[in-house]
Ligand binder design. Sequence first.
Ligand code: UDP
Ligand code: MG
Length: 317
Amino acid sequence: MDISFIIPAKDEEESIVELSQWISRVMLAHNFSYEIIFVDDGSSDGTWQQIKKANGANSLVKGLKFNRNFGKAAALNVGFKSAQGDVVITMDADLQDSPDEVPELYRMIREQKFDLVSGWKKKRHDPISKRWPSKFFNGVVSRMSGIKLHDFNCGLKAYNASVVKNISIYGDMHRYIPVIAKWAGFTKITEKVVEHRERKFGHSKYGWTRLVSGFLDLLTLMVIGKFSRKPMHLFGTMGIISFLAGFIFTIKILWDKVDAAWITKVPLKRDVTEQPIFYLALVAVVIGVQLFLAGFLAELLARQTASKKDYLVIEKV
Ligand code: UDP
Ligand code: MG
């Protein structure tokens, strides 16, 4: 099979049938074999009925239904697992992404051998309250991850099947699939300007609050990506720095004491316990110990899960 479409849908009843017909038209015109997998992410409207209706009209339309809302990432993840196509396309169910872009995305994956092609909604039909934060957000993610994309969160993306079969996404991590793919070694990532359309029905499921959770996720991802298999390198380094600071403060305190007692014999102006540096030394040493403990615990955890596959063999001779 050439193409699998994975389409997460939460309360998008008006769009399902129209979108599947549009996709089918494009696929037919280009002679692609395909499947369309809708994932109903706990919709409270008639989305599931519409998916069943689309399936009745065209058996290449398939549907998976969650028993409650688990989020876009979970929906994509389950779709990834069941996709059979050589190229996997994700897109939003709200008709904001155009299926007409797909043949070119397919070509870029198959002929230019990209692992991942991300859509770039260069001309966006979203309110300004969403566009500006998004610009900032994309700038930061691009800098931190070293992936040159303008639009990480675009719903329309194309993947080589081996990418989606070898990554897992959860929580709100759908925003960072390119980053996750890169960590997994799929580094041929690029973007393509795609048409973005006005939302025709319903309303957006995400507001500006996604900025905060988005950045927390990014932090998690950067730390996990770098240190999940060697947490002591992170905690230990910070622990050493803290410990060293504490050590230097302690030396300074002791030195002042020695100086007052035997060298210059000028008595201390304040007792040791009344000097700020005493408390700094105390805190720094305690934090240093804590960091080391956290590091050891994290190493123990990493060891427990070490049997879990976190590498990928792609060829054998
Ligand atoms: N979506 C989902 N689960 C959710 C929220 C959204 O499956 O919990 C789907 C939604 O139905 C749509 C896509 O994710 O197909 C993108 O959502 P939306 O259009 O609301 O986001 P926006 O385009 O405004 O960023
Ligand atoms: Mg949308």
